[in-house]
Design a protein around this ligand. Structure first.
Ligand code: PEP
Ligand code: MG
Length: 556
């Protein structure tokens, strides 16, 4: 095995420690048939195990809060899917044991998901995790997942299910490394929310033996195997240097010559507000409201429930800016009552604003709830639509906002290349743009964001993506309007400087990244950021763009 493995760094920091493997062994129950008269008892056992696992996932969610909670609750719903349960009961009725029935029914469902298209790749890990938990409970063996350990360790896994990342104890888990998972996968987003250094999409990661000492650099994406004492000391010194720079940085986001770039937080609900405030976020640049809708995929939360959640977030930033994104359902976030079940390619189907325009009552309720929540508060409320494709989309959204009597700025997310290319005409209808670089990369490179093997194409350093960012930012500048970035690109401290150089006016990210970006931005002048941006755009690959920008910024 090579001494240094290279993956994608998705959560900053350096971790040095012994590797512990995640308990992922697939528990295959025996195929022994059961007598027909035992079927009702086995069915009841299966049902009880499913319910217990769902309850456990919900309890873990309550403990974790924030975005993690929504993800875990979605997994609990998966466990209790009525069709899946009916299949389990059918299999038991014809002679399967409870554990074998669950095992086979999940396998059939998994095959269905896989055949439905690669967009569901990210959900397969969640489904396998649910299956393993139920089977383990039925067999009476320990739950698969995070190893029990009193000693701090580096967690290593093929892929991490949200249920595990949500419960990682940052005092025991020094960092984690996965073989699968892209830079914009849920696991990566959750790792950043936890503040645990992480590297994903690392080929050969699971080949590292249990107990081997590794050094994980969540910024560069490098994993050093069995580092020498000197190498460990060097890395620790680098980490200490970074930490000192972080501690020294506070206040608003700005370049060393005072060009202001507000640093905002991405939140999934009121549970994420405390971390945002602690990181010194100047407001919220992306409130992913769909997390409120994941509790029950069969209906929208009531207007009152929405008002309460929105108000809690708005109150936390008096006089600050809070950008709320209206519901982004569909594709990787399907909702039963809104998302068509039979789309051949959901990422290219009815999702985001398209869904809302087909269900105007859902949009109206959400906008009304926002208007009520903001009443009497000094907050600067901004509302934006996901997946705006063209001027007609922007116009329809702005009109819906006006009709709802919303006193807010209306904006459009730029997540589809057409929106970046025609930003000028979209800006005729709305007051600001926000670049969703996760989806923008997915659609620019036709590369599913859930598929770890395509990480190269989802890399936000890709010069083609930077060209689209530049197109949107300069259209906004010409129109005298703002254009922020709220995709994961904003969380990369070096790329944040490049985005600033491209003319982006604010950066929004998971709260744990804010101090890193603040410190990096404060190191360079606006002119240096602009030179780094020009160098990155002249490159032919993401790797070259990163190196070129780093060279400019380090004065080489
Ligand atoms: C994006 O696509 O970059 C974005 C911010 O939205 P989400 O990650 O929620 O799709
Ligand atoms: Mg998006």
């Amino acid at each position: 095995m090579e001494k240094t493995l290279r993956g994608v760094g998705v959560s900053h920091g350096v971790a040095i420690g012994q590797v512990r493997h995640m308990g992922t062994a697939v528990l295959e129950p025996p195929t022994t048939r059961i007598p027909t008269e035992d079927a009702p008892r086995e069915q009841a056992r299966a049902k009880a195990a499913v319910d217990a696992v769902a309850a456990d996932l919900i309890a873990r969610g309550n403990l974790a809060g924030g975005e993690a909670q929504a993800v875990l609750e979605a997994q609990a719903l998966m466990a209790q899917d009525p069709e899946l349960m009916a299949d389990v009961e059918r299999r038991i009725a014809v002679g399967s044991s409870a554990e074998r029935g669950v095992y086979d029914a999940f396998a059939a469902y998994r095959a269905l998901l896989a055949a439905a298209g690669e967009y569901l790749a990210g959900r397969v890990a969640d489904l396998d995790d649910v299956r393993n938990r139920i089977v383990a409970r039925l067999l009476g063996v320990p739950m698969p997942g995070v190893p029990d350990s009193d000693e701090p360790y580096v967690l290593l896994a093929r892929d991490l299910a949200p249920a595990d990342t949500a419960l990682l104890d940052p005092t025991l888990v020094l960092g984690f490394v996965t073989e699968e998972g892209g830079p914009t996968s849920h696991s990566a987003i959750l790792a950043r929310a936890l503040g645990v250094p992480a590297v994903v999409a690392l080929p050969g990661a699971t080949g590292i033996a249990e107990g081997v000492v590794v050094a994980v650099d969540g910024s560069s994406g490098e994993v050093l195997i069995s580092p020498s004492e000197a190498e460990q000391a060097e890395l620790r010194a680098l980490a200490a240097e970074r930490k000192a720079a972080l501690a020294a940085s506070s206040g608003p986001g700005r370049t060393s010559d005072g060009h202001l770039v507000p640093l905002l937080a991405n939140v999934g609900g009121p549970g994420d507000v405390a971390a945002a405030l602690e990181a010194g976020a100047e407001g919220v640049g992306l409130f992913r409201t769909e997390f409120l809708f994941l509790d029950d995929s069969k209906r929208a939360p009531s207007e009152e429930t929405q008002v309460e959640a929105y108000r809690k977030v708005l109150e936390a930033f008096p006089e600050g800016r809070v950008v709320v994104r209206v519901l982004d359902a569909g594709a990787d976030k399907p909702l039963e009552f809104l998302t068509p079940a039979d789309e051949p390619n959901p990422a290219l189907g009815v999702r985001g604003l398209r869904t809302l325009l087909e269900h105007p009552e859902v949009l109206r309720t959400q906008l009304r709830a926002l208007a009520t929540a903001a009443e009497g508060l000094p907050v600067h409320l901004e509302v934006m639509a996901p997946m705006v494709a063209d001027r007609a989309d922007a116009k329809a959204f702005a009109q819906a906002c006006r009709e709802a009597g919303l006193e807010a700025k209306f904006g459009a997310m730029v997540e589809i290349p057409s929106a970046a290319l025609r930003a000028r005409s979209i800006l005729e209808e709305v007051e600001f743009l926000s670049l969703g670089t996760n989806d923008l990369a997915q659609y620019t490179f036709a590369a599913d964001r859930q598929v770890g093997a395509l990480a190269r194409l989802q890399d936000p350093w890709q010069p083609a993506l930077l060209d689209l960012v530049a197109a949107a930012a300069s259209a906004a500048q010409a129109a005298g309007k703002s254009c922020g970035v709220c995709g994961e690109a904003a969380a990369d401290p070096v790329l944040a400087c490049v985005l600033t150089g491209l003319g982006v006016t604010s950066l929004s990210m998971g709260s744990a990244s804010i101090p890193y970006v603040r410190a990096s931005l404060a190191t360079f002048t606006l002119a240096q950021c602009q030179r780094a941006a020009a160098a990155a755009r002249s490159a032919d690959s993401a790797e070259e763009a990163r190196t070129a920008a780093q060279q400019v910024l380090s004065g080489e």
